[in-house]
Design a protein around this ligand. Structure first.
Ligand code: ZN
Length: 226
């Protein structure tokens, strides 16, 4: 296994690191993206922690290739803001349409180059979906009827066995919104794409733990980790 650090949008004000973890064995390409919104710190911390664990060989990739972009929008993160414009509305809607921001353009180009089979976009949100089904906190968001949706449903049932507080349990959320990175990689690159949302009001360390655990369940489901 090798772990290489690269730079997304190099030589621009938006430059940010990403990691390519290569098992050097055949298998799927899996992409994890976090920090498209700058004010969702647990998802960013989880992606950074996972990259660090692979760098220190505390985690091993058994098959395929894993790409982690832990903090897409560095500027928004420093300002603790979601980001202006909202990057997750600027990804290409159609193959002819170009992304509306240098960061979403660079991120989509990276995905296009690697053609991920799996794509996880890590986020955080307000509210608990168990309390209010209109809230997206503690959900996995997918497009209805996709293979990603059935995988997400299985992972939610595995995850929820280890979530002791009933109101913290995860639900599936069906949502389609053009311009999001999930919809772009799903529709234009054919990836199995899922948005992970933890709830802001929970303890930070717990949110980081949930995010990491969900990622690892998906990597196991993809046959890339034990
Ligand atoms: Zn978000």
């Amino acid at each position: 296994m090798s772990v290489r650090q690269h730079t997304l949008a190099p030589n621009t004000a938006f430059a940010t690191p990403y990691y390519v973890i290569n098992s050097h064995r055949s298998g799927p390409v899996f992409m994890i993206v976090s920090g498209i919104h700058g004010n969702e710190p647990a998802s960013i911390a989880a992606a950074q922690a996972l990259a660090g664990k692979f760098q220190r060989s505390e985690l091993t990739l058994g098959r395929g290739k894993l790409i982690i972009v832990p903090l897409v929008n560095q500027r928004a993160y420093r300002r603790k803001s979601r980001g202006v414009p909202d990057l997750n509305r600027t990804f290409p809607h159609t193959a002819k349409y170009r992304a509306g921001h240098p960061l979403s353009d660079a991120l989509f180009a990276l995905a296009k180059r690697h053609r991920p089979v799996w794509y996880l976009d890590l986020h955080e949100a307000n509210g608990l979906s168990q309390h209010n089904p209109r809230r997206v906190g503690q959900t996995l968001m997918v497009s209805r009827g996709t293979r990603a949706a059935s995988a997400a449903r299985r992972i939610i049932s595995i995850m929820n066995r280890s979530v002791s507080v009933p109101s913290y349990r995860f639900n599936i959320k069906h949502r389609e919104r053009a311009g999001t990175s999930r919809m772009a990689v799903q529709q234009l690159l054919g990836a199995k794409a899922v948005t992970v949302e933890t709830c802001w009001s929970l303890d930070f360390a717990l949110r980081v733990k949930y995010q990491q655990r969900i990622v690892r369940h998906f990597l196991k489901a993809a046959g890339m980790m034990n």
